[in-house]
Design a protein around this ligand. Structure first.
Ligand code: NAD
Length: 531
């Protein structure tokens, strides 16, 4: 079935490749910060050198125009690398434990940022560069070794990804396997320290089951039936333009694009007029002729989308044109009768825009929750009170208020799903964190042994319980009705080192003065308090 432009990796070589990545990780080669930064910077230049090849490949695979490819693929990765390498030293630094009790300070509790190990990244076809190289950037930054498996459904892009990785990166630490189900299955038979998967939910279940056999952690970046909700107080012109954009980028093959629109019936006619006007404005010479409108990835996906449309009981109001030989489907606005329509039953992952008119916001929120559960994105349009209510009464991986998926376009904002739309997140610092283990470390100094002797038996009849509780117990700052009580001076002093260094310092000074004052006026040592 493979239409790969690069040959599939021989199955028998996969165990050796995986084992060499585990071996390189164990050698600690990828851990030094300078090594990681060098790899990232080389990757930057290899992507930059291959911008034209990326544009050509995305045009070949998805009919993606030059602007869109720069915006969502090459330009995106280039900026991400610059941002990550600029901030990496700060993110990779050890953190000390926040707001620890005085007794624990001596152990200098801290969190190391350790790379997870040898990781497997499985990419998908719709953003074939961004969705493979994006996680790769995070894994390199974290200090992992990486096996990258691009999607076979975007073969030209898969070939360019291979060219970039081989040109830029240390081959002992970063490898590519090309192929489809047999190759991915062979990869899943190997032991990884993390599997990062982008794609559909059915395959995510196969991957999760396989990962569970070896307790391998997974990040799952999946899709969803993302709702848009338009209230009667929304600006319908903006809503139409923005939602049309959300469904025409990559011909609707975007995991975060809205899958359906719930609109207050009062504003439906105005919204439809604006949608028609926006289609004309965006594609003045017709959509199919536009160099800026993409194509469906392959015949199977074309047929799937067509079937959804054929089975719909809705009425096509705009668009509807299809050309199988060209894998072209026009942006198609369909007014559906109810939430059980085929166009709401599944993610369309294509340029279909089902619209369901609703009587009020209550109904819209109920349908969004019933149909979508935990989608990847959610898009409320309305006044502030209404959009706040929508956010409060729904769940989703992310959301954009008053626009299509803009939250997914902010490279410094963690991106990921919840529930059915996935688990884990990446982008910017989150990319580093998703491949990092926060390893908790304490160092017990020799001199503290006297104080620690409270933990050693014998306990009975020694008064150690009292001593321990005096040193250890925290006082509740709430009463039996669950109400917060005012902070006591002792608790305030004992939780030294507040959020800001300044506050911590003030508390230390207050503590020192209190001890001095106590000793001076009572004539007793402060330690008598704990005896
Ligand atoms: P796809 O066909 O490219 O498959 C994804 C990956 O899974 C490929 O690398 C493929 O080789 C592998 N795969 C396929 N079948 C497999 C099997 N049986 N065993 C092991 N591996 C297998 O893409 P797709 O799954 O059709 O992707 C589309 C879905 O991805 C949509 O639901 C979309 O919403 C979702 N998506 C999510 C994100 C996100 O970031 N959350 C981004 C893009 C796409």
């Amino acid at each position: 079935m493979s239409k790969l432009e690069v040959p599939a990796t021989p199955l028998e070589s996969i165990p050796k490749i995986a084992s060499s990545l585990r071996h390189t990780f164990a050698s600690n080669k990828t851990k030094p910060l300078e090594y990681r930064l060098t790899q990232l910077r080389k990757l930057y230049w290899a992507i930059d050198d291959n911008k034209a090849a990326i544009a050509e490949a995305c045009m070949k695979d998805l009919g993606k125009g030059e602007f869109e490819t720069y915006l969502t693929e090459s330009g995106w990765c280039l900026n991400d690398i610059i941002f990550v390498q600029r901030n990496l030293a700060k993110w990779a630094k050890e953190e000390s434990a926040p707001d620890i009790p005085l007794m624990n300070k001596a152990m200098s509790p801290k969190i190391r940022k350790d790379p997870l190990g040898a990781v497997l990244i499985i990419g998908t076809y719709n953003f074939p560069i961004q969705l493979t190289i994006g996680p790769l950037i995070g894994a390199i930054a974290a200090g992992c070794t990486v096996l990258l498996k691009p999607s076979e459904a975007a073969p030209a892009a898969a070939a360019v990804v291979q060219k970039i990785v081989e040109a830029a990166l240390d081959p002992s630490a970063y490898a590519i396997v090309q192929g489809a189900v047999p190759e991915t299955t062979a990869l899943l038979d190997e032991k990884w320290d993390k599997i990062f998967y982008t794609g559909g939910a059915a395959v995510a279940k196969i991957i999760s089951k396989k990962a569970a056999e070896t307790l391998t952690p997974v990040t799952l970046e999946l899709g969803g039936k993302n709702p848009a909700i338009i209230t009667k107080n929304a600006d319908v012109r903006l809503a139409a333009r923005r939602l049309l954009w959300g469904k025409t980028v990559n011909a609707g093959q975007v995991c975060v694009s809205q899958n359906y629109i719930l609109i207050d019936k009062e504003v439906l006619p105005g919204f439809l007029d604006q949608m028609a006007a926006a289609i004309k404005e965006f594609y003045p010479n017709g959509v199919q002729k536009s160099p800026d409108y993409g194509r469906i990835i392959h015949a199977r996906q074309f047929q799937r989308i067509k079937k959804m449309l054929d089975e719909s009981a809705g009425k096509i109001l705009l668009g509807g044109e299809m050309d199988e030989a060209d894998r072209f489907i026009a942006p198609t606005v369909v007014q559906v009768e109810n939430e059980h329509d085929s166009l709401l039953a599944d993610e369309s992952f294509g340029p279909i825009i089902p619209i369901l008119p609703v009587p009020d916001l209550d109904t819209a929120i109920r349908i969004a929750n019933d149909v979508s559960g935990t989608p990847l994105g959610l898009y409320p349009f309305g006044n502030k009170k209404e959009t706040a209510r929508v956010l409060n009464e729904t769940r989703s991986g992310g959301a954009t208020v008053n626009d299509a998926f803009f939250h997914a376009s902010i490279p410094t904002l963690a991106f990921g799903g919840v529930g059915e739309s996935g688990q884990g997140a990446y982008r910017g610092q989150a990319s580093f964190e998703t491949f990092t283990h926060r390893r908790s470390i304490v160092t017990t100094p020799n001199w503290i042994e006297g104080l620690l002797s409270v933990r050693y038996p014998p306990f009975a009849g020694t008064g150690k319980m009292k001593q321990f509780r005096a040193m250890n117990d925290m006082k509740p700052d709430f009463d039996r009705n669950g109400k917060k009580t005012p902070a006591g001076i002792i608790r305030w002093v004992l939780t030294l080192g507040g959020k800001s260094a300044g506050r911590g310092l003030i508390r230390w000074v207050v503590l020192a003065l209190s001890i001095a004052g106590y000793q001076r006026y009572t004539g007793k040592e402060i330690t008598s308090l704990f005896r």
